[in-house]
Design a protein around this ligand. Structure first.
Ligand code: NAD
Ligand code: IPM
Ligand code: MN
Length: 360
């Protein structure tokens, strides 16, 4: 059997609940497809702070580097929100992305026919939505220097972050985006704020230059404010979107809601050499943690992305995605995707239904 070492980062809030389902699913899929998963848990985020005093212990990063893939649930929570920045759960996640060199974050937003009525938008707007957001993940304002809270000459405090991109950073995410578009609808929309920001001007210039190497991909540009509007107005106009770290963070949450719930959206974070990181787009949902209310499907679909993008097991990935559709066809729903005529299920019950579908 093919053997894979998988690091599991359950993190905080609903993290452990949804990770448990993904692991159950992977075990069944492993048996079906003759894959052996060696799961090894590690600490990240609030869980790591509580146990070790830091959000990204060196041991966790080392173990991730030594894996074939990393599956993450979510980190963060009220309990750690007042800690100094370098000790916050989010800083651990950012350190992990940077430490693994995961500059490309793929965030697909696809409307499943079964969930059209769970979307907050009208059926005719969301029908057929199939978008891939390619978000730059290790640069931009999340990492730019200088940053900090400084004191001015008048004694006033001044908060500073810096949005910066080098040409090579733009080029490498651009290549991932063009190649992604080539495999999809061959349309790429680059989203920036080049009417105001120099960093965006460079972004637009480099992406435009790069497009000469991808003549089969139709490139367009859009300002981020307009893109937010168009995503809600007519989302089917988009195929692949490429954008910077912060804009991608915001737009992918908006795109998530087109599909019914952020509880449905998986993501893959990829770099040049290290193992990839697979995680839902949503956070640790502290408001529903520990209540068996979380939708585990974004986590399960992240495991499918791990099989597809990280372990080169597309058939196993397809099999998981098919089981998700089966469960939705059976009208089982968590609260976030509930609509009329459906049955409300808890996180573990959805997991049980998935296992049943997988074992068919
Ligand atoms: P969130 O995504 O955790 O929650 C937003 C809303 O969506 C909440 O009402 C929540 O209940 C709901 N929701 C999210 N996932 C769900 C699921 N699987 N099933 C059902 N409902 C779901 O975002 P937030 O509330 O802004 O942030 C909470 C914490 O998560 C913060 O500490 C934040 O920093 C962190 N966060 C972590 C990640 C990550 O680990 N990748 C991503 C985003 C936010
Ligand atoms: C996400 C999250 C993270 C981000 C936070 C928790 C650091 O919102 O994965 O979308 O901003 O990238
Ligand atoms: Mn986010």
């Amino acid at each position: 059997a093919q053997q894979y070492r998988i690091t599991l980062l359950s993190g905080d809030g609903i993290g452990p609940e949804i990770m448990a389902i993904a692991v159950q699913v992977l075990k069944v899929v492993g048996e079906k497809f003759d894959l052996t998963f060696e799961f090894q848990a590690a600490l990240l985020g609030g869980a790591a702070i509580d146990a070790t005093g830091e959000p990204l212990p060196a041991e966790t990063l080392a173990q991730c580097k030594n894996s074939d893939a990393v599956l993450l649930a979510a980190i963060g929570g009220y309990k750690w929100d007042t800690l100094p920045r370098h000790l916050r759960p989010e800083t651990g996640l950012l350190g992990l992305r940077a430490g693994l060199g995961l500059f490309a974050n793929l965030r697909p937003a696809t409307i499943l026919p079964q969930l059209i009525d769970a979307s907050s938008l009208k059926r005719e707007i969301v029908e057929g939505v199939d978008i891939m957001v390619v978000r730059e993940l290790t640069g931009g304002i999340y990492f730019g220097q200088p940053r900090g809270i400084f004191t001015t000459e008048t004694g006033e405090k001044r908060g500073v972050n810096t949005m910066a991109y080098t040409e090579s950073e733009i080029e490498r995410i651009g290549r991932v985006a063009f190649e992604t578009a080539q495999k999809r609808g061959k349309k790429l929309c680059s989203v920036d704020k080049s009417n105001v920001l120099e960093v965006s001007q460079l972004w637009r210039d480099r992406i435009t230059t790069l497009s000469a190497e991808y003549p089969d991909v139709e490139l367009s540009h859009m300002y981020v404010d307009a893109a937010a509007m168009q995503l809600v107005r007519q989302p089917t106009q988009f195929d692949t979107i490429v954008t910077s770290n912060l804009f991608g963070d915001i737009l992918s949450d908006a795109a998530a809601m087109l599909t019914g719930s952020i509880g449905m959206l998986p993501s893959a974070s990829l770099g040049a050499s290290n193992p990839g990181l697979y995680e839902p787009v949503h956070g640790s949902a502290p408001d529903i943690a520990g209540q068996d209310k979380a939708n585990p499907l974004a986590q399960v679909l992240s495991a499918a992305m791990m099989l597809r993008y990280g372990l080169n097991q597309p058939t196993a990935a397809d099999y998981i995605e098919q089981a998700v559709l089966t469960v939705l066809d059976q009208d089982y729903r968590t609260g976030d995707i509930m609509s009329e005529g459906k049955t409300l299920f808890g996180c573990q019950a959805i997991g049980d239904a998935l296992i049943k579908a997988l074992n068919k």
